[in-house]
Design a protein around this ligand. Structure first.
Ligand code: SF4
Length: 236
C-alpha cells in the first residue's frame, strides 16, 4: 500500500492491476508503462490485467483506520478480471473492518447476481467522463448493487454526456484532467453537474485540480467543497 496525494483517500492498494479499456488520458497505464519489468508490472504488457497475491495482506498490517483507494492502477470490474481475484480482495476487506475501501470502475458492477452482498466497508464508484454514454448500464448496475456507499467520480470531466438521474447516489467527486496537454473542463458543464448534485443533496468533493479553472467569485463558492458521505465521519 502506498500513501497517496489523492485528496479524497489516504492510501492506494493494488492487488489487481491493469485494464484494457484504453482511455486516452489513463494515468495508470502511463505509470504501468514507466514501471514495466519492475514492481510487479510485466515487461511486455505492463497494463494487462494481473493479480498480485503478494499484496493481499498489506491492509492487515495497518491497524489504524484508513480510506483505501483499491485498484487505482486498473479496473476492478474489468471484463478480463476473474471473479476469483475479486473474491480474494473481498476476503481481505472483510478481515479488516476498520478500513474503508473505495473502488472505482467504468464497467458494469458485477453483482448482486454473483455476490449478493459486498463487504460493508466497500464503497463502489462509477467513473464518468462525459465523452460518451458508456456509463448507462454501469450506472444501473451500481444503483442495484448492495454497496453501502455508491458514488460517481466525474474526473476527468471532459464532455456533457452525463446522467440526469443521479438518485440513489451517496457521494460525488469532480475533477479535471491533469498532465501535459490536459483538456480544461467545460465551465458550464461543471456548474450544471454541481447544481444537479446540490439539488439532489449529494455531498460533493471538488478536487483541487479543478479550482484553477474557476475564479473565486460569488458564483463559484462551491469549488472549496470537500464533503464526504455521512458514513465517512462515523466509520463503518
Ligand atoms: S477505465 Fe480507468 S484504468 Fe481503464 S483505461 Fe480507462 S482510465 Fe485507465
Amino acid at each position: 500500500m502506498n500513501k497517496t496525494k489523492i485528496e479524497w483517500t489516504d492510501y492506494s492498494w493494488n492487488p489487481i492491476t491493469g485494464c484494457t479499456r484504453g482511455c486516452h488520458y489513463c494515468y495508470a497505464r502511463k505509470m504501468a508503462n514507466r514501471l514495466k519489468g519492475r514492481a510487479g508490472y510485466n515487461e511486455q504488457e505492463p497494463f494487462t490485467p494481473t493479480f498480485h497475491p503478494n499484496r493481499l495482506e498489506e491492509p492487515l498490517k495497518m491497524q489504524s483506520s484508513q480510506m483505501i483507494f483499491t485498484c487505482s492502477m486498473g479496473d476492478f470490474f474489468g471484463p478480463e478480471v476473474p471473479e476469483s481475484w475479486r473474491e480474494e480482495v473481498y476476503k481481505v476487506m472483510e478481515r479488516t473492518p476498520w478500513h474503508t475501501y473505495q473502488v472505482l470502475t467504468k464497467q458494469k458492477v458485477i453483482g448482486p447476481d454473483e455476490r449478493q452482498l459486498f463487504p460493508n466497508n466497500m464503497w463502489i464508484g462509477l467513473s464518468i467522463d462525459g465523452t460518451s454514454g458508456y456509463w448507462e448500464h454501469s450506472l444501473v448496475s451500481l444503483k442495484l448493487c448492495s454497496a453501502t456507499q455508491k458514488f460517481i467520480s466525474f474526473e476527468p470531466i471532459l464532455g456533457d454526456n452525463l446522467p440526469d438521474d443521479i438518485s440513489g447516489i451517496d457521494w460525488a467527486i469532480i475533477g479535471a484532467q491533469t498532465g501535459p496537454g490536459a483538456s480544461p473542463p467545460g465551465r458550464i458543464i461543471v456548474r450544471e453537474v454541481v447544481e444537479r448534485l446540490q439539488e439532489a443533496k449529494i455531498p460533493i468533493f471538488v478536487k483541487h485540480n479543478i479550482r484553477k479553472y474557476f475564479v473565486a467569485t460569488k458564483d463559484s463558492w462551491w469549488v472549496t467543497r470537500e464533503e464526504f458521505p455521512e458514513m465517512a465521519s462515523v466509520g463503518i
